[in-house]
Design a protein around this ligand. Structure first.
Ligand SMILES: Cc1cc2nc3c(=O)[nH]c(=O)nc-3n(C[C@H](O)[C@H](O)[C@H](O)COP(=O)(O)O)c2cc1C
Ligand code: SF4
Ligand code: SF4
Ligand code: SF4
Length: 672
């Protein structure tokens, strides 16, 4: 069915609403990559089998991620006229039990994360009260999902449909207001006005740099060329980042609608999505979404029966980090080697195939329908002076609740880490937060709890000490840059005192050295040399002068590299040297790793006073390095249980895997 006008769209919306809120029980399983990795596939199978066996009139449906990746598989149960129940950590066994409870009309709340009392679709503005009597709770023991700490401070604009719709069905998206904005734009707006509205909204690119989107669109629209290409950057190569993948897996249509609106505003005639082949599920969903857009006349010739024609092709990248850089991405799209070129030629004028090209990130595109649908004034009412709207972050590392979050700009780092993420593991303390991707700034919290900061290299490396806790810094483009870190694409990596800063610097630098395209010598050779030095330091072979050499090399690489990969690469070692120089010195001069991470510099031993002789370490050791022995004369062994032998570790056999350390419940295994 080709949609020709509002009446057609309304008809699909009605159908979509019937699918979203049917007259029977619906079991919705999160099957994005995080869900599948946690076993959601088997959970879906079990629900299908059991409801069949029980002849339960229920629908089993799939959805994207609702953010709590750590508690997947997550299952939402819709019951007509009642609140939705959201369950976590589902297993086939629990699924079978839940299906039986549903058949009896009495679902338990044992694994319930919470219940949903009302659902509001951001774009259609429709609010649906779930549950009888205006949403009164039939199961009082399950909390309101929106009120649990992980969700309370979130605001979802880009992720507005993730977890609510089946991403494989365009009707679900339309039911929540999808493609209405496109219709309005194509029938009521002039292209120039669209660009102006985006400019007015203050939307800035979510792919890392925060470049004003309206300004980019204007330059591209004004550039002369036979074609104007519209491109989506879905390469997402940063370690620890999965924002774009989750968005594509949960709701590809919001991003597609944004691209089509952008094409209309900019005057684009062809679109490309550059997505890494390592994202097979995102590719499948995008492919299906494009098919449906063609079927409904939302892509191709004369969209909505208007004069406007536009189409999109998916291009799968090999998964090189550098191919996320705009010029390298376009070279790769052309079938050339994915190497960056000098930036003085702007891609908005001479981009793909030397034509004007507008490249934006997945999240940026997904924001566009919201900005155009609800207006620039609405968008500017959210966020801070220079950073409007929200930002999606993947919250990872040693934080209690890891996952995907979307927060209004201006929220503090502390609120994100403590209120949303639940803080670091019990008994540990924050050490550092890394923002901005592998070469981004690391916000450091030093031994005394004072906070210090680093500058993300933009050629010049500057650092300074913040007088007050940086954890209270608002998250927005300007504050983070001013504080010497950067927003980046949205990976937030939390580290506690068990992270070795030399090892962390080595990890990021090794990643960047491996991902360097090798086009320019300072990046290709310089990074490799820096990794070699860091390797030596971590192996206990560091020498006097290594720190200075790292600083010198780092500055040269950043000053002389062609693209931002090399231009920011030395930031992790330089920033950690600046603020954790003592850790470097301990490695080099004392041959000691204070965090107890670098294997060559630690040894495991047993504290005889604490050992009970339980033998757990012996069972855990993969190399037979643990042995039993009788206490030596005069050795104090107050906890050694009667009839048991002491345990000890042979340094010759130990491979320092730490299994005994983890296994010992008496803190008798010690790291020295
Ligand atoms: C080494 C490198 C890797 C990058 N990787 C990505 C990426 O994976 N995704 C992305 O959107 N932007 C990435 N960028 C930024 C892009 O070059 C570009 O600025 C961005 O896609 C523009 O979109 P935006 O204005 O919507 O942010 C990368 C930049 C560099 C230097
Ligand atoms: S800085 Fe590194 S990644 Fe960038 S062009 Fe040079 S070698 Fe390639
Ligand atoms: S696990 Fe701990 S307490 Fe038990 S034998 Fe080993 S060192 Fe001793
Ligand atoms: S660190 Fe690993 S190899 Fe060494 S004694 Fe413990 S369990 Fe065995």
């Amino acid at each position: 069915m080709k949609l020709k006008g509002l009446a057609d769209l309304d008809e699909v919306k009605r159908e979509g609403l019937r699918l979203l809120y049917p007259d029977r029980v619906k079991i919705i399983v999160g099957t994005a990559t995080c869900g599948m990795a946690a076993g959601a596939g088997k959970v879906v199978e079990t629900f299908r089998r059991v409801i069949d066996e029980l002849k339960l009139e229920a629908i089993v449906e799939e959805t994207g991620c609702i953010g709590m990746c750590q508690k997947e598989p997550i299952v939402t149960v819709y019951r007509p006229g009642q609140t939705k129940l959201v369950y976590h950590s589902m297993t086939p066994k629990k699924a079978e039990e839940l299906a039986r409870q549903l058949a009896e009309g009495n679902p338990g709340t044992q694994n319930a994360l919470g219940q949903i009392f009302r659902e509001k679709a951001l774009l259609s503005g429709e609010e649906r009260v779930l549950g009888k009597n205006g949403g009164s709770a039939p199961l009082s023991e399950a909390p309101d999902l929106d009120e649990i700490p992980f969700y309370r401070k979130q605001l979802k604009i880009a992720l507005r449909n993730c977890g609510y719709i089946d991403p494989n069905d365009i009707r679900h998206s339309i039911a929540r207001g999808g493609y209405y904005t496109l219709y309005k734009v194509l029938t009521e707006w002039k292209p120039d006005a669209v660009v102006e509205e985006i400019t007015k909204s203050g939307l800035r690119g979510r792919g890392g740099g925060g470049f004003p989107t309206g300004r980019k669109w204007r330059s591209c629209r004004d550039a002369k060329g036979q074609h104007h290409y519209i491109i989506c950057n879905a390469d997402e190569g940063d370690p620890g980042a999965f924002m774009d993948r989750s968005l594509l897996e949960g709701d590809p249509h919001s991003m597609l609608e944004g691209m089509i609106i952008g094409a209309f505003g900019i005057g684009g005639d062809e679109g490309y999505i550059y997505v890494r082949n390592e994202y097979p599920q995102a590719i499948r969903k995008l492919t299906r979404a494009l098919e449906q857009c063609h079927e409904y006349g939302l892509l191709g010739d004369n969209i909505f029966g208007t004069e406007f024609s536009f189409d999109i092709t998916i291009n799968r990248g090999g998964g090189a980090f550098v191919c996320g850089e705009s010029t390298a991405l376009m070279a790769s799209l052309e079938g050339q080697v994915g190497e960056p070129r000098a930036k003085y030629i702007h891609t908005v004028e001479h981009g793909l195939r030397d034509q004007p090209s507008c490249l934006n990130n997945v999240e940026t595109w997904a924001n566009v329908p919201a900005v155009m649908g609800k207006g620039a004034d609405w968008f500017t009412s959210i966020g801070t002076g220079g950073s409007k709207g929200t930002k999606v972050f993947s919250l990872v590392g040693t934080i209690r609740t890891t996952g995907l979050i979307e927060v209004p700009m201006g929220i503090s780092i502390r609120e994100v880490l403590e209120d949303i993420g639940g803080g670091v593991r019990e008994g540990h303390r924050f050490k550092a937060v890394q923002t901005g991707g592998p070469s981004g700034g690391t916000i450091l919290v030093d031994e005394r709890g004072a906070t210090v900061r680093t500058e993300p290299a933009t050629g010049a490396y500057t650092v300074g000490i913040m007088p007050e806790s940086l954890l209270d810094l608002p998250i927005d483009f300007d504050s983070l840059t001013e504080a010497g870190s950067m927003m980046g694409s949205g990976g937030l990596i939390v580290m506690d005192e068990t992270s070795c800063m030399v090892d962390v610097a080595r990890y990021f630098l090794r990643f960047l050295a491996e991902e360097s395209c090798g086009k320019c010598l300072p990046c290709r050779e310089g990074l490799r040399q820096m990794v070699n030095i860091l390797d030596r330091i971590c192996e206990g072979k560091g020498e006097h002068g290594d720190i200075e050499l790292l600083e010198e090399l780092g500055n040269v690489v950043m000053d002389t590299s062609l693209c931002a990969l090399g231009g920011t690469a030395a930031n992790p070692p330089l920033s950690t040297i600046r603020y954790f120089r003592d850790e470097y010195e301990a490695h080099i001069y004392d041959k000691n790793c204070p965090a107890g991470v670098c294997k060559a510099l630690i040894a495991y031993g047993v504290n005889a006073e604490a050992c009970t002789g339980c033998g757990l370490c012996l069972k855990a050791c993969p190399t037979d390095a643990v042995f039993t022995r009788k206490p030596k004369a005069g050795e104090s062994t107050p906890k050694l249980r009667e009839g048991r032998d002491l345990h000890d570790i042979s340094q010759d056999k130990c491979i320092k895997c730490g299994a005994c350390f983890e296994a010992c419940t008496f803190d008798a295994v010690v790291k020295e």
